[in-house]
Design a binder for this molecule. Sequence first.
Ligand SMILES: Nc1ncnc2c1ncn2[C@@H]1O[C@H](COP(=O)(O)OP(=O)(O)OP(=O)(O)O)[C@@H](O)[C@H]1O
Ligand SMILES: [Mg+2]
Length: 402
Amino acid sequence: MPALSIQNVRKKFGNKVTALDDVSLDVDSGEFFVLLGPSGSGKTTLIRCVAGLETVDSGKIIIGDRVVTDFPPGERNVAMVFQNYALYPFLSVYDNLSFPLRARGRLSKLLKAQSSVGTAQSTSKLSSMLGYGPVNRQTLKKDIDDRVHTVAKMLQINDLLDRKPGEISGGQRQRVALGRALIRDASVYLMDEPLSNLDAKLRSSTRVELKNLQKTLGITIVYVTHDQIEAMTMGDRIGVINKGKLIQMGEPHDVYNLPEDLFVASFLGDPPINIIEAKVSQDDASSIEFGGYKLTIPGKPSFTSFRGSKLKMGVRPEDVLISDVGASAVVRLVRSIGRTNYVSMALTETQESVTKVTTEEVNLKDGQTVKVLPNISALDIFESETQKLVWSSKKKSHSARN
Ligand SMILES: Nc1ncnc2c1ncn2[C@@H]1O[C@H](COP(=O)(O)OP(=O)(O)OP(=O)(O)O)[C@@H](O)[C@H]1O
Ligand SMILES: [Mg+2]
């Protein structure tokens, strides 16, 4: 049974904006699922629907074995980190962190009063429905204190526990908001771009900490980001969303290597994949022409049905080869960051940009003319009109249409 199942969810705002268009996805228990998409693609709307902060127009949301589509937020047992991370301004960092747990303490009193009327069984059921585990009054204070310090240490905010949100930086506030969700016992943790305000170094270390914590605790996380590096490095699986539609789901490596369409191909990868105009050769149905060069594909797949169609070749920068043969290109800029070299070129015939990335030494000068080829074992071909992948040399079973 998945920890979270989203089934055919649709959501419109007014008549014009379709924020979610028939979204379905399952997240396994203990999975780190990343929802990746550009601004306005529907990421926040989707997790707000899961949390119960938005109603869905149609479709179902199931958490564990409960259909929660019509449940109020408090009965869904989810913890959420909001994109704009509102904290309680008059409470210290310590009290902000412990708030959800102290709420649990207050609840236990309430439940105790109720249980004297109802049965013990109904009490524990309600308690677990609300997402609060059984409470031991003796250990409650110490338990809260331990948890606050563990979470604060992990997020490197343990020196700030006495301060108010107004007295800490934006990045620190964001970590308090993250801690406030992690401190709870929830069935699913929903995180909306929780590291966006951290500087690059802290973001990178917090990613590692969060991923480790998630693995150690075995918690289920749905993590929203528009940052493909974050998605690639943190996700057990990624779901790519665009214009309210979930376009592709899979393990990061698979989505990167076998993008199903040009949007996914271009969204993952930095520098982005090279997209180059191409067409099937008039005189050879297994050759593709680009930049004035005829590339014969080994294995002789037949591209007959694409003759006359506009095609696009997708070539990752690490799969661009400079060779004795290939399309003529002029080197525009060579730059190095650490051991990685970036060569920006323009195809002579079409002026299309091509970027090559390599850790090998590069002896090229700006303005020099070279010949470029794709690594033939890492070539994707898309149809311009549908934007869909129609052939890939990485997909053995995926042969061209006849
Ligand atoms: N309350 C609302 N009323 C009207 N339209 C809304 C509302 N909330 C979101 N939208 C619209 O729904 C679409 C999806 O918005 P959403 O906030 O889910 O995007 P997002 O992927 O989270 O973007 P970002 O990365 O910028 O946070 C957008 O077109 C947005 O303008
Ligand atoms: Mg958002």
